[in-house]
Design a protein around this ligand. Sequence first.
Ligand SMILES: Nc1ncnc2c1ncn2[C@@H]1O[C@H](COP(=O)(O)OP(=O)(O)OP(=O)(O)O)[C@@H](O)[C@H]1O
Ligand SMILES: [Mg+2]
Length: 261
Amino acid sequence: MTRKILEVASLTKVFGGLCAVENVSFDVDEGSITALIGPNGAGKTTMFNLITNVYQRSDGDVLFCDESICDLPANKIAGLGLVRTFQSARVFPGMTTLENVLTGAHLHMLAHPAQQMLWLPKATREERDLVAKADALLDLVNLLAFRDVAATDLPMGAQKLLEVVRALMAQPKLLLLDEPAAGLNDSETEEFAALICAVRNNGISVMVVEHNMSLVMGVADKVLVLDAGRLIAQGTPGDVQNNARVVEAYIGQEFSPQDGD
Ligand SMILES: Nc1ncnc2c1ncn2[C@@H]1O[C@H](COP(=O)(O)OP(=O)(O)OP(=O)(O)O)[C@@H](O)[C@H]1O
Ligand SMILES: [Mg+2]
């Protein structure tokens, strides 16, 4: 049986009078791509914020690799291998492409900061290994030629790939991506889909919030549908596309689950 890397149990978040996430339960299979979709304001980002304890839950539990993580600080959760990107995150200005990628590794730097400052052998070796890893990841997404360019000078599609590469430097077991393909053109989106599949094929589980339905339906093993804080459907892409409640939830939205965005 496939192992569950993430188990969300009866999770609830109330903001004042608003129930942004209401009694939601689901599992994420290890080694899978799970998409979390739903209309604007459905609670998708709130769900990521609850899983990573950026927001404290009102009720329920979150298990990562069979352990409850609800009371752990966000940086400890990342250190366990549950790494996320932010909906509005961009590359860091004033840094090259390579420097941006290296910031993703800070959780795993073993050398003491004093050793790093003094360039002691352990720190030098570690730095060399991390740069080699960063270069390999940049090569994977065809950005190696741009490693020394200011990251903000890259086209939007490349910046989005860079955000994922940066998150991969933190050695995730589960990667949470919040609207990673927003603003990408069709060919950039295709490249992005290939990257997500490559990540999954390397054994890293992926959970992705995304409005681009052709991307979601093309890559996801399982789709979860939130509407007004409730999980209204889950299943294969084919299952949810034909689900009457899902179609209804999208009426009046700028996109429909049958179409691309
Ligand atoms: N910190 C907060 N305080 C109060 N209300 C919040 C907070 N964060 C989110 N909400 C509310 O919770 C609901 C869900 O918001 P959320 O950002 O999770 O939606 P979403 O599904 O990510 O939407 P989008 O597709 O637009 O990103 C919304 O009504 C939002 O206004
Ligand atoms: Mg959101």
